[in-house]
Design a protein around this ligand. Structure first.
Ligand code: TXA
Ligand code: MG
Length: 344
């Protein structure tokens, strides 16, 4: 199959809408990461998403809508007070809510769960695509399973060339990390996956928030995750990544040592560091993660892909504090490292 890469125009959106209605897949930009979309109400189309990604069948998908009134056909009941507050404050935007599912949502979308994940994205191209398709769109991140999520159309092409007919190119994604997934089926909103909408913000809006404690640790043997996505290794570069955490100068000293040891063993090491620290690594090979947590969220997946391109076989990354969007950054970074975290 030939994969077309088109800018977002009324013509390409009309073609994309037609593709979705015909049961095909395509990739599209959102403000978080690029999505790999299909008609959420078409079980056969949804199955193709799992095939194209190589995604395990027990990891459910997020359904994207372009107006709040589309929610009632997908959720089994009206949103409760906390969900309503979150929807009013953060939709459209980088937030996904978990509701009890209606009978209209195929089991293929929810991997057999009785809940469904719904997101109303802010990106104008994503909303225009849903409008053009006149269907809710089920979409995971448009990477091959296990790889870093795509934040540009070029990343999508790396992973999906020949597997899908169309990629809509909307430029680089603004947030750079996937949406915050919040379970609103209980009394207190519970964050299952951190993202651009931070726990601090959810608490401010709802007066309370729970953060699933599996957010910053691997699952224990036999533990059943609240969000199936938690059990898979994600976002991984080809090289072995170690995250180094601790006081700033100690981290820099430790990473310099680890790098020099790896080099002495004939390896091809690479350091991922905040802008301000790059000079401290001298002529060692580095990639910048940006100036702060927000910049790191935006650049992290692209840097992990770049590291592969540079042939890095061992990578060392600085950690950042887990307040604000830092929690989402560390959640992805630790998973990318397969939880290989060195605490100083
Ligand atoms: O920003 C995003 O959310 C992007 C863009 C494309 O919208 N999408 C995305 O999808 O990140 P994906 O499939 O890569 O991640 C979906 C996450 C997984 O961790 C999955 O387990 C969880 O949402 N999820 C989906 N449905 C769920 C449900 N019913 N209950 C609990 N977790 C659910
Ligand atoms: Mg994903």
């Amino acid at each position: 199959m030939q994969t077309q890469l088109l800018p977002v125009t009324p013509e390409s959106l009309a073609e994309a809408g037609e593709l979705i209605r015909s049961g095909a897949l395509l990739a599209f930009p959102t403000e978080t990461v690029y999505g790999l979309g299909a008609n959420a109400l078409d079980a056969a189309a949804v199955k193709r998403i799992f095939e194209a990604k190589g995604r395990p069948g027990d990891n459910p998908l997020i359904v994207h809508i372009s107006a709040i009134d589309q929610l009632s056909a997908l959720a089994a009941c009206a949103p409760g007070p906390a969900a309503q507050k979150l929807m009013a404050a953060c939709w459209p935007g980088p937030m996904t809510l978990i509701f009890p599912k209606s009978a209209a949502v195929p089991a293929e979308v929810t991997a057999g769960l009785d809940t469904v994940a719904i997101r109303y994205p802010a990106h104008p191209a994503a909303r225009a695509l849903i409008d053009a398709a006149r269907r809710p769109i089920a979409a995971p991140s448009a990477n091959r399973s296990g790889r870093p999520s795509p934040t540009t159309a070029a990343h999508v092409l790396e992973d999906m060339d020949g597997r899908i007919p169309l990629i809509l190119d909307g430029g680089p994604c603004d947030v750079g990390l996937e949406s915050t997934v919040i379970d609103v089926t209980g009394d207190v909103p519970r964050i299952l996956r951190p993202g651009g909408v931070t726990p601090e913000r959810v608490r401010e809006i709802c007066g309370g928030v729970a953060v699933d404690d599996a957010v910053l640790r691997p699952l224990r043997a036999g533990e059943k995750p609240r969000s199936p996505g938690m059990k898979y290794r994600h976002y991984a570069p080809a090289g072995a990544l170690t995250v180094v955490q601790g006081e700033e100068s100690a981290v820099i000293a430790a990473i310099r040592r680890l790098y020099d040891d790896a080099l002495a063993q004939g390896k091809h090491p690479l350091i991922l560091a905040l802008d301000a620290h790059i000079p401290a690594y001298g002529d060692r090979r580095t990639l910048s993660l940006g100036a702060d947590a927000k910049a790191m969220a935006r650049s992290m997946f692209a840097r992990l892909r770049e590291a592969d391109g540079l042939g890095a076989d061992v990578l060392f990354s600085e950690a950042i504090a887990t307040d604000g969007v830092g929690l989402a950054v560390m959640n992805r970074l630790e998973r990318a490292a397969g939880f290989c975290v060195k605490n100083l």
